[in-house]
Design a protein around this ligand. Structure first.
Ligand code: ADP
Ligand code: TYD
Length: 187
């Protein structure tokens, strides 16, 4: 399984990119799968009920959800799996909420490392204006959190398996760049 994770703040374009990559990979004859986190309805429900104000519990719940997701991905017999969010989401979001990065990484250390992580980097104001989720999403605290999350992602991206993409660019240009980069790295 060649594992690719797509990361970035809410509204950065992850789902749009991930779905297009899978569509294009399938056209080349590779068994490819789109999937996303959070994965299980049960844990997603618990996360929502927490009300986002307990970052220790969020770290543990997102990581438990990931354990179930990883086992499921491994059972799918796909050549390429594109996951919309993975370990770096927990590191970026929950460290932006004050949790130590090292502890989050330790809790997630038994999961397979992605062969490639694509970071869609965009200004939170642009992301918020794109998704227009209204008052559920667009409030000052959320924007401030997304500013911090963006910084955390950029710190993580110093690792060499990251491809950082300027997500302000037109969708087609981003898709072309990432698809070409990915094809060059596939076995
Ligand atoms: N590069 C881009 N430029 C402009 N709009 C985009 C771009 N990428 C995605 N969008 C639009 O922004 C919105 C959010 O995209 P989505 O893929 O759902 O983001 P995410 O999964 O990161 O939350 C969608 O309406 C999508 O069509
Ligand atoms: C996977 C994951 C998501 N999240 C957050 C990011 C999002 O704000 C929220 C829901 O994720 P998601 O449904 O992917 O949102 P979007 O498509 O808008 O990016 O959960 C974490 O805080 N930690 C995590 O480990």
């Amino acid at each position: 399984m060649f594992l690719v994770s797509i990361e970035g703040i809410d509204g950065s374009g992850k789902t749009t990119l991930a779905l297009k990559l899978v569509e294009r990979l399938q056209k080349t004859g590779r068994r490819s799968l789109y999937t996303k986190e959070p994965f299980t309805p049960e844990l997603t429900g618990m996360i929502e009920r927490l009300g986002w104000n307990d970052p220790v519990a969020l770290t543990l719940l997102f990581s438990a959800d990931r354990r179930i997701h990883v086992k499921w991905m491994e059972e799918q017999n796909a050549e390429v799996v594109i996951t919309d969010r993975y370990v770096h989401s927990t590191i970026a979001y929950q460290s932006a909420m004050g949790i130590e990065k090292e502890w989050i990484a330790l809790v997630n250390s038994k999961f397979p490392q992605p062969q490639l992580t694509v970071l869609l980097d965009v200004d939170p104001n642009v992301a918020v204006s794109r998704i227009k989720k209204g008052d559920i999403f667009d409030f000052p605290e959320k924007r401030r959190l997304l500013e911090k999350v963006r910084e955390k992602y950029l710190e993580l991206a110093r690792g060499d398996t990251f491809l950082v993409v300027d997500a302000n660019r037109p969708i087609e240009e981003i898709q072309e760049r990432v698809f070409t980069y990915l094809l060059e790295r596939l076995p």
